[in-house]
Write a protein that binds this ligand. Sequence first.
Ligand SMILES: C[S@@+](CC[C@H](N)C(=O)[O-])C[C@H]1O[C@@H](n2cnc3c(N)ncnc32)[C@H](O)[C@@H]1O
Length: 470
Amino acid sequence: MTPGHLIAEVERLRGLVAARLGLRFETRQLPWLAEVLARCAGGPPQDYLDRLASQPAELDALAPELTVGETYFFRHAEQFQALRLVVLPALLRARRPLRRLRVLSAGCASGEEAYSLAICLQAQLGLEREPWDWQVQAIDLNPEALRKAELARYGAWSLRELPEALQQPWFHAQGQEFSVDIAARRHVQFERRNLCSEDAEFWHPGGFDIVFCRNVLMYLTPEAVRAALARIRRSLAPDGYLFLGHAESLREQDEGFRLEHNEGCFYYQRSAASETAPRPAPVAATLPPTPPPRAPQPPAPARPTPEPLLELLRRERHDDALALTAALAASAPPDPALLLHEALLLAQQGRLDEAERACERLLPLQAAPAQRAATHYVQALCLEARDDPAGAALRYRQAARLDPGFAMPRLRQGLLARRRGELALMRTELASAARLLRDEDEHRLLLFGGGFGREALLALCEGEQRGAIA
Ligand SMILES: C[S@@+](CC[C@H](N)C(=O)[O-])C[C@H]1O[C@@H](n2cnc3c(N)ncnc32)[C@H](O)[C@@H]1O
């Protein structure tokens, strides 16, 4: 609970942080925000808040307290594969006359993403006969993270997903740490910058060929997401590429972008054709889980998702959808279908502990195998988000076994298999997913498709299978 005497102050802090830094804090986070306020104020909170409001630098200094900096080298390896095998070759062809490339790591945290990009580019451009002029610009709100990034020295934990072949040429042991090779380092430039502030010079039209903005938009308010995406769209070259986190999508914010997929991941390419009037709100979201099944045996309610909830999901109002679901699910006796939606929405918002607890509450209430399948699917998503691919694969298998008509666990299992180099398993799972997706229920896709529609998911399955055969 937020201490009673601080409620108004904490709300004011939440408003200032949203307006200036773009960061979104939900009601459940207010007690924590109250602690931050009490710790940082160092005196009467009102005076501190007045200073935050009148001196932007004071608020900027709060960024290390308020941001999540989780990152590591070659995070979501399949995206770097797509970059290496598809995106860079296409850009190299297109930019050969100028031999110039600009890449942006937006929300770079402590630099692992920016250096991973630089390693990919240097590995490819270093082979060119003529030198190229290229650079990775890396921006973040958090000055402490940027200081670490500048040092370019990392512990083994940051290198945990690094392909072995890249360790030796690009990292040099220095005591307990590893430093990034200068050949990649010299092309990376870090800068403290707020994705939510306008700066016409930095975001000039066509300034970047590739933007990585991964696992950042999920922390921002809908207004900040809209403004940040408008900036990114403007500053991408007309044929430039945008990578979001591997489980994020633009959902309805996709004007001016075409969805592409390769190497088991989605990304976007700018497309001049669709640059039309902006659509309403949205938020990047996560590839998520299911509703009740139209499964074989025990009859699950045919369509238990209440229409108002579906409408909120269609309109990307995930916070409201979660609040509605929690309110409905609190009624007695507990409705397993609603609890499942709650668990799914929690997982999509990255509230993994709560999602997992909801799944544990749910399983004893579910008799029908197809309902249990959906819960296992949510558990698998949480495990994937926790970087436990083996645990996630096990849960996806359970989900697919319990509900043989459920497409999404097959699809996720196929993508996981690809990451683990299990190509035969990947082919089987993606072929099943594609078959099932054709008949998959619309509502189930809305809930579990992670913002991607039937056609996009089918294209992903089919493209990946073709890629594996080639
Ligand atoms: C979870 S990290 C993501 C790091 C990296 N992109 C990755 O995916 O591994 C999110 C980063 O976004 C940064 N961030 C959040 N809001 C930002 C904003 N408005 N402008 C710039 N950076 C921001 C945070 O400081 C944090 O370092």
